[in-house]
Design a protein around this ligand. Structure first.
Ligand code: FES
Length: 603
């Protein structure tokens, strides 16, 4: 088979791939992750790259490679460069990691005697792992500088009903007790975030994040599940996430100046599909009614089983899921927010392509998922993007005109979800759109509307549009960033899906918005929105702003808790069992409630 070299600029990366592959596949192979919200079917236009030297623009997902190529990849087509949210709230838990190290200065050569000594020294029950002759011979050679035992809280704890029963899973020459690190991983559909922690102290040492490379097969989980129709598809997605985790492990190890083999433990959270792909569990049933998970249980795996570059004596713990569409990331977020001990009626909302909502108190908790679609992450919006450099993240009225905050650059090129919410709120307040989302006719506009605002009303691609940013010279807008009528409609669909989810979940709990004592906004997106504008457009219920709190990347915080605390793992497991999943999309009233919330609230 003929192979071709594809040279990517400005990365200066070359990859060799068989003729007939697409440029998108070649980019993925070179670990250049392109934006592919439509899943590579040629509709969204977000994967555009340029052929060099001609500068001809082509869609990477559609372009078939027939010979050697040089490609220029613009930032606007890349998946990375998003703002990565710092980890959120931290609930205190006692540090009690599932991996421990004990140093024995003069080790006996018999494994049983060695374990007895460890039991005595560590005040924990230690049993040998499956009889291991290599382990024994290693012991019997005798180490001048002593031996460090690696102990893992594993199956023996359950079998012996001993909470402090450890298995001896590894030995290291000398005293390595100070080197004991772990990573908490949040595998998002769009972004994978990793945080390195010192398990001896519970301190955070380094953070790294990257776009989920599976995104090249679609922005949402359904596209990824479709890609897994054949075995090679699921193998590919599994390999992608493992490759991405290995890159992140290397990155945090490098930042901290440690070796990857100093990392012994990983806790991973993500939605149910991400969990299944990580663990190589079948996903096809997640794509069809009744959307069942292959397994909701926690899982523990050895690094070698998954191909992860950590210490081979280490462990990967994946938290439990709640249902097919509510995964361990929601469990981790609920754990971090203390919903298992909450006395006040708490609504936790994680806004994303798939919105997740949890409501209740410690005595009763229920969760729902709502397919908001990617509009709030910029997909399907004319100038939409994720929160990346050049994106408008805030829109406000200043002295009778529009002003915007742009991420990292002076000039706006796109608009991200938080900017979109602000823009719609401002347009509603100014009467530019009415409560149905329709652009008002010129004769319907407030006569007091300033000229600065009026000149922002233009036609873009034969649609009414509102200019948010750009240069106005000689009665014309140069490089404007606009919101069109279609964009407003996309936004209405997204916000109605989330709001309908909230309302129906509350209805199931036989309560209403007046009873919400606190509303916690989680997730990367939630943290950047202006609360009053989210309420203004009806994305969030009409409750006092002071009851709404940002909790940041709560799923990541929960993963951290589970990394350093065995107790937190148990709490997470119980939470996953305790939270009732409520199916919203098939609720008899869904269509009615959804239609009701397509409208914007009156001012
Ligand atoms: S057009 Fe290529 S990914 Fe959408």
């Amino acid at each position: 088979m003929k192979h071709c070299n594809v040279h990517f600029q400005p990365d200066n990366l070359v990859t060799t791939i068989h003729a007939g592959a697409t440029l998108l596949e070649a980019a993925g192979q070179a670990r250049i992750i392109l934006s592919t919200p439509c899943g590579g079917i040629g509709r969204c236009g977000k994967c555009a790259v340029r052929l060099l030297p001609s500068q001809k623009e082509v869609l990477a997902c559609q372009y078939i490679i027939e010979h050697d190529l040089t490609i220029s990849v613009p930032d606007s087509s890349r998946f990375f460069k998003q703002k990565i949210l710092e980890y959120g709230i931290q609930r205190k838990v006692s540090r009690f990691p599932s991996i421990q190290k004990i140093f024995i200065e003069t080790p006996p050569s018999q494994i049983d005697a060695f374990c007895e000594l460890l039991t005595e020294k560590g005040s924990v029950q230690v049993v040998p792992d499956t009889p291991d002759s290599a382990l024994l011979s290693q012991l019997s050679t005798g180490q001048q500088s002593g031996i460090t035992a690696i102990l893992s809280l594993g199956d023996c704890a359950e079998q012996n009903a001993l909470p402090s029963c450890y298995q001896l899973t590894g030995l290291e020459p000398g005293d390595t007790t100070k080197k004991l690190y772990g990573v908490a991983v949040d595998i998002g559909t769009t972004t994978v975030v990793t945080r390195l922690m010192d398990l001896n102290t519970g301190q955070i040492i380094a953070t790294a994040s990257v776009g989920n490379p599976q995104s090249q097969y679609g922005a949402d989980v359904i596209s990824r599940i479709s890609h897994c129709e054949n075995e090679s598809g699921s193998e590919q997605l599994h390999r992608d996430v493992i490759g991405c985790l290995n890159d992140l492990l290397q990155s945090v190890a490098r930042q901290a100046g440690i070796e990857y083999c100093d990392i012994y433990e990983m806790t991973a959270v993500g939605n149910t599909t991400m969990n299944h792909l990580l663990l190589k569990r079948p996903v096809h049933q997640l794509g069809q009614a009744p959307y069942r998970a292959y397994s909701l249980d926690t899982a523990d795996r050895k690094p070698k089983e998954l191909g992860l570059q950590m210490n081979p004596a280490g462990n990967i713990h994946v938290l439990a899921n709640i249902a097919g569409f509510i995964g361990s990331d929601t469990v981790a977020a609920a754990l971090a927010c203390g919903m298992d001990i909450a006395d006040t009626k708490t609504l936790l909302v994680d806004i994303g392509t798939n919105g997740e909502i949890v409501f209740g108190t410690q005595s009763s908790l229920m969760a729902a998922s709502c397919a908001a679609g990617p509009a709030l992450e910029g997909a399907g919006i004319s100038f939409g993007s994720r929160a990346q450099a050049g994106a408008i993240e805030r829109v406000f009225l200043d002295r009778g005109d529009i002003d915007v905050d742009v991420i990292e650059t002076p000039d706006a090129t796109t608009i991200c979800g938080s900017g979109l919410i602000d823009a719609v709120a401002v347009m509603l307040d100014l009467g530019i759109i009415d409560e149905t989302g329709r652009f008002c006719e010129p004769d319907e506009l407030d006569p007091m509307l300033s000229n600065s605002i009026r000149k922002r009303l233009i036609t873009h691609n034969d649609e009414p549009a509102f200019v948010l940013a750009g240069k106005y010279t000689e009665h014309q807008w140069q490089s404007p960033v606009v919101l069109t009528q279609k964009d407003i409609r996309q936004m209405q669909l997204a916000k109605a899906a989330i709001r309908a989810g909230i309302e129906l979940l509350l209805k199931n709990a036989r309560t209403d918005t007046a009873d919400i004592q606190q509303l916690l906004l989680a997730g990367a997106f939630g943290n950047y929105i202006q609360k009053k504008n989210a309420v203004r457009i009806g994305l969030l219920p009409q409750i006092p702003i002071k009851k709404i709190h940002f909790v940041g990347n709560a799923a990541g915080s929960g993963a951290q808790m589970a990394l350093i605390s065995q107790e937190a793992r148990e709490m997470a497991k119980k939470l996953a069992e305790k939270i009732d999943y409520i199916e919203i999309a098939h609720h008899t009233e869904f269509q009615m409630v959804f239609s009701e919330f397509l409208l914007f609230p009156e001012n």
